[in-house]
Every structure is written in C-alpha cells, then in structure tokens.
Design a protein around this ligand. Structure first.
Ligand SMILES: *Cc1c(COP(=O)(O)O)cnc(C)c1O
Length: 427
C-alpha cells in the first residue's frame, strides 16, 4: 500500500500508477462532460452511488488524482480540490456553518482569510471571533458558545510567521466538540502534517508551495477522518437527511470521507469553485518534488536569516527556524525538518529605506506571492497594506520597514550577495 510508504515515495508515486502501455505521467483529461448509454447509469451518478463522472464542475479524473495525492501527503482519508486557497477555506466553513453560527480563529492568519472572516462571512451572518493563539488552553475554551462550529488556525502564520501549537488547539477543539481546521499552506505536508497532531481538517492554498513554480492558483481541503460528526448533534449538514439528494445522510453513507463528499456534492456543485483539470495537472507536477523543494527552501531561508541577523543594516529579523526566535521551540516540535522558506526582516531607516532596498535588488523579484522557486520580496507598507494608516498597519503587525522574503531555490551565496549589495547601497 502506497499509504505505508515514505513521504518522499508518496510525493513521487502517490495516487497515480500507469497501467501497462499507459502514460507514465498523470494525464490531463480536458473536457466538460461524459457520455453514457442508459438512464440508470446517470441516475446512479445523481444518487452519489457511482465513482464515475458526469460533469467537470463536480469532479474529473485528473482532479481526482490530485485530491487523492493531497490526502495521501497530509495523511488524511479524503481530499477535495477548489479553484483557489480562498475557495477551499470558504467552502470548508460553509460546509458546517450557516447564519447565526460562530467560529473561533487565531488572529495570526493570512490577510485574505482575515478579510473573508471579518467582512464577507460577517455579511452572511457567520461570526468569526479572533483570538490570540498563544493563550493557554483554558482561556481558548472559554470563548466557546453553544453555536460554535469550528476552531481555525495556520500552522505557520502568513505573514506573522507564528507557529501554531496544534496539539493545544486540537485539545481545545475536542473540549468544545468542534473540528480543528488548520491552514497548512506555508508549512506544506512536507514539513508538517497537522492531522498527526490531532487536526481534523487541513486546508491549503496549493498556489504556494504545492505548485511551487508560480504556475496556477488552487486550493485543497483534506479531512482527517478523525472527527465524530454525530456526537453533540451540532452538525446536521452531515448527519441529517439532505433534501437535494433525496434524504441521504452524508456521515452515515460516506463515513470518514463524508466532509469532502459533501464539499463536492453540495458546496462545489452550488458555488462552482472547481479546480480546472489543467491546474490539477500542473499542481500535481509540483507535488512530485515537494519534499526536495521544502528541504532546500528551509535550508536557504535559515542561511539567509542567520546572515541578515548579524548585518549592520538590519534592525530585526523573524524566522521561526532561528535560535532565539519567539516561536523557535514550537518550530522545533512541529517543523523539525525545517521552518519553510518565508522570513521577514526590518531594514534600518524605516519605510523609505524599505522601498529603496526593494529597488536595489537584482536577482530577487518583487512579487505578491510566496512559495515560489524564485526568491521574492514584498514591502507590505507600500503595497499590500498601503491603504491602511500607519496605525492600522502596526495593528496588523506591519511595521514601516518590514520586508517579507520568500526564499527560493537559487544558490544560497547568490541570494546572500544580492541582499548584501542591496543593503550596501542604502548607506
Ligand atoms: C495565499 C494564501 C491563501 C489564499 O490562497 P489563494 O490560492 O491565493 O486563494 C490562504 N492561506 C494562506 C496561508 C495563504 O498564504
């Protein structure tokens, strides 16, 4: 069984195996629909009694394989792809929440998720409460209400670079009787598999490290198969009859794959946030080298972090892989193979110096992206967060001089030399 093989083998061989004379590489099945010869076969599809396909919005062979691979890599029981990481998070919440429900989330989350939670979900009547993820267990549990449906956090917060104490969060979720949902984008399953620490659902933007080459936007949800949706009676979406499928009960019928089956059969059916076959193919291509890339992203980031830490033009640096970092102890526990490729630092001289530094870079690109093979930087104060006042920027953890770096796979000496010459020219 491929499930029992090492992580690296799962990256290379997981989910797709060529039959004799068939393509060695996962083929792209690029079409919208499927032909059948009798009504009974089609009826079975509509009753969710058949593994076959009918229409690409609801699933297709290349996307299936990609989902299976993500599930294998995260150590879950099922996967469901989405058009983007944002869509993956949205449908995960909507799969179990409706107007009037409450979700508790760590504050240190991706900006897009922050907007989704604070603005768009609020407009739908779902109240997301943000809490400090470093609170002790008892304090976290105190935020629970009878209508709480989920606890949410990021393995490695983007851009705060905080490390989530997943076991603490899993215990808190367990005490509240709700699933723990973890966004594993920045760590990727190569560095951390949250389900092994008790998370119930893992979401990620596969746009970042999973793809890794800046080719396509995508997202994926993986379920751990380790949550009892019946206990507590809080999740009627999964345990009560679904009228749009003549009364099937997802948990009863699909067991440890119920969450993803409902994502596909209801969420993606109704909202249409399907991953395209071509994007599944490209992302699957990336996953085949994920283990190797994450190793090098991490070692390059650590080397650059060590170098910048002692640089006279650098004010401060945040990288959880660095000894002395606020989250270093948690990183040693949850990210023992490396703390991924993202770091942030401040240059001396504030916002103006930050902007100038970016312009001085040559090999390194300015892009609104992380997780690419090419080293890239962003100056949030003058770009992603420029609409905010300096006060609001500070509240969001964005200091005027903050530079976020996504360390790529180039020769580390070349990356360091580029940063050195850009810092030198600030003087
Ligand atoms: C980028 C990102 C997302 C959103 O993913 P998209 O694919 O851009 O929609 C969600 N979470 C984290 C941590 C991210 O970095």
């Amino acid at each position: 069984m491929i499930k029992d093989l090492g992580f690296e083998t799962r990256c290379v061989h997981g989910a797709y195996k060529a039959e004799s004379g068939q393509p060695q590489v996962l083929p792209i099945v690029q079409n919208t629909t499927y032909r059948y010869y009798n009504a009974k076969d089609v009826a079975e599809l509509f009753d969710l009694d058949s593994p076959n396909h009918m229409y690409t919005r609801l699933g297709s062979p290349t996307v299936d394989k990609f989902e299976q691979k993500m599930a294998l890599l995260e150590g879950g029981t099922a996967g469901m792809a989405a058009s983007a990481g944002q869509a993956a998070t949205l449908i995960t919440i909507l799969n179990i929440c409706s107007a009037g429900d409450h979700v508790i989330s760590a504050t240190n989350i991706y900006g897009g998720t922050h907007n989704l939670f604070e603005v768009s979900l609020k407009r739908l009547g779902i109240d997301v409460e943000l809490i400090d993820q470093d609170l002790p267990l008892e304090e976290i549990v105190k935020h629970a209400r009878p209508n709480t449906k989920a606890l949410f956090g990021e393995t490695l917060g983007n851009p705060a670079l905080s490390v989530l104490d997943i076991e603490k969060f899993a215990r808190a979720a367990g005490e509240m009787g709700v699933p723990l949902i973890v966004d594993n984008t920045l760590a990727s399953p190569a560095l951390c598999r949250p389900i092994e620490y008790g998370a119930n659902i893992v979401v990620q933007s596969t746009t970042k490290y999973a793809d890794g080459h800046g080719s396509c936007v995508g997202g994926c949800v993986v379920e751990g198969g380790n949550f009892n949706w019946e206990a507590g009676g809080r999740f009627p979406e999964l345990t009560e009859p679904d009228q749009s499928y003549h009364g099937i009960r997802f948990y009863e019928k699909f067991g440890d794959g119920a969450f993803c089956m409902r994502l596909k059969a209801v969420m993606v059916r109704d909202f249409g946030c399907t991953m395209a076959p071509m994007n599944a193919y490209l992302t699957h291509q990336g996953l085949q080298t994920l283990h190797l890339r994450m190793e090098r992203h991490s070692s390059n980031a650590l080397a650059l972090a060590k170098h910048l830490k002692d640089h006279p033009m650098v004010d401060w640096i945040v990288y959880p892989g660095l000894e002395g970092d606020r989250y270093h102890e948690l990183a040693k526990k949850y990210l023992p193979k490396g703390a991924s490729g993202v770091l942030s630092f401040g240059v001396k001289g504030g916002r103006e110096a930050g902007e100038k530094f970016l312009e001085n870079l040559d090999l390194t690109s300015i892009v609104v992206h992380v997780g690419d093979i090419r080293t890239s930087v962003l100056h949030p104060a003058s770009t992603t967060h420029r609409q905010l006042s300096e006060e609001d920027q500070l509240a969001a953890g964005i200091t005027p001089s903050l530079i976020r770096v996504s360390v790529g796979l180039e020769t580390i000496d070349d990356i360091i030399a580029d940063f050195d010459q850009a810092l030198e020219r600030l003087k």
